[in-house]
Design a protein around this ligand. Sequence first.
Ligand SMILES: Cc1ncc(COP(=O)(O)O)c(C=O)c1O
Length: 416
Amino acid sequence: MEQLQFKKNEWIVEQTSLKKIAQKVGTPTYVYSLSTIEKNYFEIDQAYQSIPHLIAYAMKANSNLTIVQTLAKLGAGADVVSGGEIFKAIKAGIPPKKIIFSGVGKLAEEIKYAIQMKIRIFNVESIEEILLLDKMAQQFKQYVSIAIRFNPDVDAHTHHYISTGKRENKFGIDLNNLNEIIKVVRNSKHLKWNGVHAHIGSQMTQTRSLTRAAQILSKLVSQLRGEAFPIQTVNLGGGYGIQYKEQVPKISSYANPIVQLLKDQNVDIIVEPGRYIVGNAGVLLTRISYVKKKLNKIFYIVDAGMTDLIRPALYGAYHQITALDKSQKSQQRVDIVGPICESADFLAQNRAMPVLKSGDLLVVFSAGAYGSSMASNYNVRPYACEVAVRKKMWKIVRKRQTWNDLIQNEIQWIKK
Ligand SMILES: Cc1ncc(COP(=O)(O)O)c(C=O)c1O
């Protein structure tokens, strides 16, 4: 994040001291730079400027209302995967006409809500979903726009848990089933098939897979128009990589081949970036509770764990971590671990870090995407506080949960 700088012996986000935030609100706390979110959005907007396009922010990356509001103000749409995300998108000011509903397991009640809200388009992922959607559209006397999410069998060359465009993945409909899909949609009464969609994976660190997916979709556009379906939108999903450790391509390197391919096809492009917009716009502040030496290992036991940031435990993901106070120069190899009762509960393993003590603060970089949105209450731990920064101003945009919050929905059947 360009907005995260070490200045005058302090880590600063925009113009706000991280230390001050930690002192005021405690830890663990997520801190987001709104200017960085805006800058990332504009970069994508710029890359696709020569073709009509909609940036539908993938809310799964981070659905904090202030973040979504910030993007809504810039004209973003939303890519959603649940009724809850539709609800939050609308609450944050995203117009329903810019909401794209993806997901392999849309529930009937979620479809009903989406139809009633008159969202822009459903990315449908199975024949059964097409049949259900047609039935429900008929029930609510509406015509509903659909894009078929195809599975192009393209390897995104990313971690296999976030690869979604290979045939064996649960996502999308096989290209081999095209004739059957054509038949089913033709027989439908209330569906308008006007888009094609593919999202082949997240954190792609090369561009050729996305170009390959675009080539496949581009061919489908011609083929389906030949079958009299008025295909107007090509949705290439998200997946742009961000720098956790190694360098990644510029957004324009992903976008240029796609724009070249599609610019003469008279289509609108939809993109669904999540990670690229918020990933590097957020950090996680955590404090060392204990330093523990065991066998030949040193553990920094911190107050953030896999319940706050599950990426290291889930994917072995790397996050750069630095001490908030850079005065200590001598280094040692340590495991940075959380308080959760799982050995997978680590933020870093065998990492060179300064010699630190309990009470010291750490900054976990690139934690804006798939951090707070994947948090859990495991071990009855409250969700972390979230703070947004705009220059010198900052605000809590999600209060730390309290222990009372954690039992709100529980009913004590046994009377005391
Ligand atoms: C359908 C769809 N679109 C967009 C995204 C966002 O991906 P990213 O955050 O990598 O841009 C995802 C992520 O899984 C997705 O499943």
